[in-house]
Design a protein. Sequence first.
Length: 268
Amino acid sequence: MGETRLIVATFNVHAGMDGFGRRYDLIEACRSLGADVLILQEVFAPVGATSQAAEIASALGYEALELPLSRSWRTRDELPAGVGDTDLWEPHKPYPRAGRALRVGRYIRAGDSENAGYEEGTWGLAVLTRGSPVSSRTIELGHLRRDFTARAALSVTLASGLQVVGTHMAHSTHGSPLHLRRLYAALPPRDMPAVLGGDMNFWGPPISLALPGWHRAALGKTWPSQRPRHQLDHLFVTPPVKVLSGSVARLGNSDHLPLRAEISYEVS
């Protein structure tokens, strides 16, 4: 069948808002990436309503596969700005986690009086593809003691033979190297065309050591979005995948910037 070219992107969208709860145009941000495969983290799905992943898919012509990871609460209204907060992404003096614009996992409890002004939903992953995927599976990574929720990865096989794995890793201080070992054991074989992408909450070099045979498809600082200092978001590919270009995109108003890469691979 010859060579296939496509664009893959990963984006931690922070439920489509900044740390004050100010919404940005999530659909337009995703449109601007021009991706054939879009891996999303921190997508919000309100209880009884359409998820953000489904809205993006409907508007932009994708098929969406979703993996909820945790219960969450998203503020309905903007949080008040204090002195010196005008140009910040979130309040200068961050609220306790239970009072932030996006509250996830064990830090809040159903029925709390603090839930007033928030909408309940789920927080998780999504992989959006052009055309229907052939198959998908969940890779369970487990719950680290210091982390606020269980983690997992979503693996999707495309009709072209490319396997795409999306994930959102725990922070390294929570013990994410354990999850990296579990993830590596479940990844597609290195002789098959595959992409691994997501917010990995860790720098590229140590992740590369944990994923021998995989290499990075895009380099650039992605966090925090206003003044990026670190690359915590990554796209990795197997040797059969050729990277034609890779870059950080400046769009949206999450605390992370998305990554985008153009790749090619041979289809038998």
